[in-house]
Design a protein around this ligand. Structure first.
Ligand code: C2E
Ligand code: MG
Ligand code: MG
Length: 684
């Protein structure tokens, strides 16, 4: 290898060719100057070819900090070191530089570009990393070709969808196709991905095992050299859980948890919509407010758990009473509504109401415990009674209250006078709280006549309220309000006490035969310590226990039979008399009555009214009297207003009568006057 010109060596064509083919730098350095460099070397230094370098000092091609090391390697003429070459554009390039001394003293150099190597390694590392990401990602990843067939799929994709890789490779993903997405959405997905390069969206799809799942998909297009999508990378994650949570949260916000019926907010929404629609279509919208009668009692006596079951069963029964398209909602507590957005005919409303009344009247079997309730229904109709959703709500509420006032277990249509009633109820509520301290409450008394002897044997104490703003208010109006507000406990005690004292006063005047009957309210009977309280009052007044009679109603004991029977037995054992009031209006089961230690049964005035003309009523009364007597109960007829009624009752064997015929309720001071009167009908 000899020669004279710097770039003449090596001379052998074979060697020369090999050297030119070598992708690394090959050079010869003679006396510190670059004597030869191959094409790859020149390129590495940023020169277009070897001639562009014009034999510079070799060290001029080394980055300044590395020059000493390079000089040493040259001087030694043997070895290897990593240094940075300086390209013509000033950029350093790391190389692995080897030196070997030639026979003529020149030094042959070989340099391999390290940046290239590390880049390759980096690419390789990236690839491995990508592969690892692909394999271990929790997101499903698929690669689709331009024809939307799967060319690669990772394990997570199988995990999420239940399809093995083999199920998917070479096909359109079965969980992301036209059938699962719908043709239109499917078309849009791929159009968007092709046009914009990406698409994102949530899709409800189906796993291989036919279980539904929700996934969030991301699609990105990999563009080919022709500028059109060559491949698509599809990533997706399972969001079924959060989707279901979302649905549940949405449901929680609009549905009642207990009954699964729409709640107040959804109901108001639907009512608003119904009215809005009806305004345009000139349809009728019916609205019912339904309040259970006696629910509190079930809840308090049988427990909240049973109360909850009762509400659930009520919801189910209500749904069976309405048509498809109607909404049954629970507003809270024991308040339900029925919205009939297309009532069609005014007469449909009472039909539905009657169906509801009949359905709720049937006994509830709540995991072995039997409970009875009924309901009071208020009905209003758009546009007949109301011109807006708001007014409908007010009307239905007012009508429902009227139904309660009318003795519960019935339905009432809204009438305009009910607005006054609403206002009145508010005044009553406000006034009642002060009634006791203002001494506005008093007892009036109504005598009862024994038909056999023709003598007055007792009186019923009836509460009266002389209200400052309202005048004389009927107990039918204020007692329900007192029960609602809880005031009845205190007032009930006051009544009992006043009755005991009244008896004592009369006894002192020689009227010791006038037993005083006191009406009880539902709550009183269940009040803890009630029996002891009665006992205490009787003792305080210094009167015999049988001077007092307590009137209860069937509804008070039906839902709490065991406890009620126990309480009544204690009272009865004490000597206190007991009467079943308003008989015939409730469940009126005589066989049931056998279990209660009542001394007398008071037939409700509504049966007496038509006794002379209505053969049914006549028969009912005859039956009650016969059966009552066979159970050794005395029978009292309430609301007797005419001689004719009295005569019939006497003939049927009724024991006692009470009513306007004899005397209306009067203040205590006037009782004496009613006693001396001649009998209003022929005595026996
Ligand atoms: P009730 O216990 O069934 O009382 C009989 C009701 O019938 C009384 O109404 C009485 O005035 C009325 N009445 C009596 N004779 C006749 C008649 O010949 N014809 C007609 N149409 N009605 C007659 P009142 O005084 O308005 O009391 C209504 C209800 O209020 C009572 O019905 C009773 O359930 C309740 N109540 C009255 N006082 C009290 C009380 O102190 N405590 C409780 N818890 N309830 C009471
Ligand atoms: Mg009574
Ligand atoms: Mg009564």
């Amino acid at each position: 290898m000899a020669g004279d010109s710097a770039f003449a060596e090596p001379t052998e064509t074979v060697e020369r060719t090999l050297i030119e083919l070598c992708p690394d730098l090959v050079a010869v350095c003679r006396e510190g100057m670059l004597a030869f460099i191959n094409r790859a070397g020149a390129n590495l230094l940023g020169a277009p070819g070897p001639t562009a370098l014009e034999s510079p000092p070799f060290l001029a091609l080394i980055d300044a900090p590395d020059r000493a090391a390079a000089a040493e390697l040259l001087a030694r003429g043997d070895g290897i070191c990593v240094i940075r070459l300086l390209r013509l554009d000033g950029i350093p390039v790391s190389v692995n530089l080897r030196a070997a001394r030639l026979s003529d003293g020149a030094v042959a150099l070989h340099a391999r570009d390290l940046t290239d190597q590390s880049e390759a390694a980096a690419v390789l590392r990236d690839l491995r990393l990508a592969e690892q990401v692909f394999e271990t990602s929790l997101e499903g990843i698929m690669v689709l070709d331009a024809g939307l067939l799967v060319t690669a799929v990772n394990p997570a994709a199988s995990e999420i969808t239940g399809y093995a890789a083999d199920d998917m490779l070479g096909t359109t993903p079965p969980f992301l196709d036209e059938t699962t997405m719908g043709a239109e959405s499917y078309r849009q997905l791929w159009n968007t991905a092709a046009e914009t390069g990406r698409w994102q969206g949530e899709v409800w799809s189906v796993r291989k095992d036919e279980q539904p799942f929700a996934a969030r998909f991301g699609v990105s297009a990999v563009m080919g050299i022709d500028g059109r999508p060559a491949q698509y990378v599809v990533t997706f994650s399972d969001i079924t859980r959060s989707k279901t949570d979302e649905d549940r949260i949405r449901r929680q916000a609009t549905y009642d948890q207990l009954t699964n019926l729409p709640n107040r907010s959804l109901f108001l929404d639907r009512l608003g919509q119904a009215v809005h629609l009806a305004e345009r279509s000139r349809q009728m919208v019916g609205l019912m407010f339904i309040d259970l009668d006696g629910f509190k009692l079930v809840n308090d006596t049988l427990g909240h758990h049973v109360g909850d079951m009762l509400l659930q069963e009520t919801g189910r029964r209500l749904l069976l009473c309405v048509r498809a398209g109607d909404t049954v909602a629970r507003l809270g507590g024991d308040e339900f509504t029925v919205l009939m957005p297309n009532l069609g005919n005014y007469q449909n409303a009472p039909r539905v109401a009657q169906r509801i009344l009949d359905s709720l009247r049937k006994p509830f079997d709540l995991s072995g415990k039997e409970a009875f309730v009924s309901c009071s229904i208020g009905i209003t109709v758009f546009p007949d009674d109301a011109d807006s959703a708001d007014t409908m709500l007010k009307n239905a509420d007012a009508a429902m209250y009227r139904a309660k006032e009318m003795g519960k277990a019935n339905y009432q249509f809204f009438t305009s006078d009910m607005n006054d009633a609403v206002a009145e109820r508010l005044t009553i509520k406000n006034g009642l709280s002060k009634a006791l301290e203002r001494n506005e409450l008093m007892l009036w008394f109504q005598p009862k006549l024994d038909l056999a002897s023709g003598t007055v044997t007792g009186v019923e104490a009836l509460l009266r309220w002389q209200a400052a703003e309202l005048g004389m208010v009927s107990p039918a109006k204020f007692i329900p309000v007192m029960e609602e507000t809880g005031l009845i406990g205190q007032v009930g005690e006051w009544v009992l006490n006043a009755a005991c004292r009244q008896y004592r006063d009369w006894a002192r005047e020689g009227l010791g035969h006038l037993r005083v009957a006191v009406n009880l309210s539902v709550r009183q009977l269940r009040q803890p310590g009630f029996v002891a309280m009665v006992e205490g009052m009787i003792a305080d007044a210094g009167i015999p226990a049988d001077a007092i009679e307590l009137e209860i109603t069937e509804s008070m004991i039906m839902n709490d039979t065991e406890h009620a029977v126990a309480t009544l037995k204690q009272l009865s054992a004490m000597g206190v008399k007991l009467a079943m009031d308003d008989f015939g209006t409730g469940y009126s089961s005589l066989s049931y009555l056998k279990r209660f230690p009542v001394d007398s049964i008071k037939i409700d005035g509504s049966f007496i009214r038509d006794i002379a003309t209505d053969t049914d009523d006549h028969e009912i009364i005859r039956t009650i009297i016969t059966m009552g007597h066979s159970l050794r109960r005395r029978i009292v007829a309430e609301g007797v207003e005419t001689r004719e009624q009295a005569v019939i009752l006497k003939r049927l064997g009724c024991d006692e009568i009470q009513g306007y015929l004899l005397s209306p309720p009067v203040p205590a001071s006037q009782i004496k006057a009613t006693l001396g009167r001649p009998l209003p009908f022929p005595s026996p």
